[in-house]
Ligand binder design. Structure first.
Ligand code: PLP
Length: 367
């Protein structure tokens, strides 16, 4: 099969050195392995600008959704009520999780190209004093919009509620001052901006909020508190850990550091994103999200009107030339998406835009 790079927002293109780490079958019970887990947890806290004992990091088997489900179903107790702010399918997925687990919840929906507004959140919290927890997505990968978690968190914390953020596709690609914001739970996963491979999610938890999860979980395997308790003792995972993925992730963290940390990585992603948008615009592709709210991770583009090609044709043409793009996911418009995170550089964006131009020329549709 011809090789191609992923312009999808996770799994994404990783380095050969990260992939090579997976050539080793590590045992899980000895100190060497536990040390790797413990080191990873410490590094994650550093990336979040927090430290023990105020904050702690928990690794959880499964994809990102497992992490979100773990937090929601371990922290929102029988007498609690969750407010979900949704402006995309990942926000809505939180409501699906709440529904399945029988949590008390409200969902406040915003248009997919609008950010959840702190003023509206304040009103809802006043109208509904029974709400104890609020959750939202930071980078809504559905559209690429970057939500303003700072203003919403401020309102939520001022009201004395617990704040949960799905920072799946932004953590380490966008700097997040977790401690300064006093976030209670932040969820991300191995295969997004840290550039590891899929297999586990991780949660940065404020200890005071985590302690309140004890005995509340609706699920055995996704019990956040119990997972933490075992891991905190000596670095052991409660059930079989994804060893190969963990080794690859430890390497990915080293490579993030070598690149210059979050500052350098977020600069690279922003440069990729800006180049992509300006050159796609020049070819007649209009972004779905306004410049003000566009995040640096993934961009949704409208199809030009009266186009004479299908997504499939375009996708295959581009894939044969080395890149896999992404179908659209917003529900109210005909769109496609291009991610620019992972082991992707400006030269990839240049090459991609050349391929787009050639495709349009071949179709007689060049702007
Ligand atoms: C990737 C992602 C998730 C998790 O999706 P999985 O398919 O479970 O890995 C959740 N939220 C956001 C915003 C994401 O980008």
């Amino acid at each position: 099969m011809p090789n191609y790079k992923l312009l999808t927002p996770g799994p994404l293109t990783t380095t050969d050195t990260v992939k090579k780490e997976m050539m080793f079958d590590h045992c899980t019970w000895d100190d060497d392995y536990k040390k790797i887990t413990t080191k990873i947890r410490g590094e994650l806290l550093k990336l979040a600008h927090v430290s023990e004992p105020e904050y702690t990091a928990v690794l959880m088997q499964g994809s990102g959704t497992f992490g979100v489900e773990s937090v929601l179903t371990s922290s929102v107790g029988e007498d609690d009520c969750l407010l979900i702010l949704a402006n995309g399918s990942y926000g809505k997925r939180m409501a699906e999780i709440a529904e399945h687990a029988g949590l008390h919840y409200y969902m406040e929906e915003f248009h997919y190209d609008q950010i959840p507004d702190a003023g509206r959140v304040k009103e809802i919290l006043k109208e509904h004093p029974e709400i104890t927890h609020v959750s939202m997505v930071h980078s809504e990968t559905t559209s690429g919009i970057l939500n303003d978690i700072a203003s919403v968190t401020k309102a939520v914390k001022a009201a004395g509620k617990t704040m949960i953020v799905d920072a799946m596709s932004s953590f380490a690609g966008v700097d997040i001052p977790v401690g300064e914001l006093q976030l209670d739970f932040l969820i991300s996963s191995a295969n997004k901006c840290i550039q590891g491979v899929p297999g586990f999610s991780f949660i940065i938890c404020r200890r005071k909020a985590l302690d309140q999860c004890e005995g509340k979980a609706r699920s055995l395997s996704l019990d956040l508190y119990d997972q933490w308790k075992t891991m905190q003792a000596d670095g052991k995972w409660r059930f079989t850990s994804p060893t190969h993925v963990v080794l690859a992730f430890a390497k990915a963290l080293e490579e993030l550091d070598e690149e210059g940390g979050i500052e350098a990585r977020s600069r690279r992603y922003q440069e990729n994103n800006r180049y992509l948008i300006s050159h796609m615009k020049a070819m007649g592709f209009i972004p779905y999200v306004s410049e003000e709210h566009q995040g640096p991770i993934i961009t949704t583009f409208f199809y030009p009107e009266n186009r004479n090609y299908t997504f499939d044709e375009m996708y295959r043409y581009i894939k044969e030339r080395g890149y896999a793009i992404y179908p659209g996911k917003v529900t109210d418009a005909d769109t496609f998406r291009i991610g620019n995170i992972g082991e992707i550089y400006l030269e990839d964006m240049e090459k991609l835009c050349r391929i787009f131009r050639e495709f349009l020329q071949a179709k007689g549709a060049a702007a």
